[in-house]
Design a protein around this ligand. Sequence first.
Ligand SMILES: [Zn+2]
Length: 241
Amino acid sequence: MIRRVWERMGEFLFPSRAVCLNCGDPSGLEEEWLCARCRARLKPGVHAVQSDEWPEDGVSRAWFALYYEEPIARLIRAFKYDGVYRLAPFFISCMRSLLATIRSEGFDCVVPVPLHEKRLRERGFNQAEVMAAFISQETGIPLRDVLRRTRNTKRQARLPVTSRRENVHGAFTCACRLSGLKVLLVDDVFTTGSTANSCAKALRLAGARDAQALTLAGSRRYRRSKDRIYRKNAASNSSKP
Ligand SMILES: [Zn+2]
């Protein structure tokens, strides 16, 4: 029911694909969602980063296709807060070369970052779950919805960077054993890594041998060279036939 309402609201706010979702340009709409000019600003790639700032029991690597900036940031907000589900296949198309690399990394399962039940009722869907389902389908890696959010945490985007780790500390539990598994954690955006690292801790406590994050977009902070130590490897992997 709630999902339907959101869907309708999404249809109302974004009634057709006749205008660019980023700039509103009604002419020259080349792709489904963006005009040619906005589309040209998207440069999807294979980004794999690591940071000394993440805890040892956090994610070992974060993968993403785009930097979190316009126009993709606007599309992610429309997807998440306005219920524009139909954007999901477009997002997956932006992740195509990244997913080709992911397929060769030997992950055992794809796990979405969960929403708290209360937030899920309000929003009607979990954007990470939608993304994870598509990613599982695209890569053939099984989907396992095993994480639970035990506390209804504040929205990370509204908090200063310094409070984010505390906000999600101990907020997740894993519903079953994942002994020896290499887990790919899926969300829409990777910023400080606090949410992903808190999830990774729960996955490791459940026996996972490794946890890495996969998102559509990642913070621009990871443009810094020291955080991109895996980028070269990722690029060489993706160029394999
Ligand atoms: Zn545009």
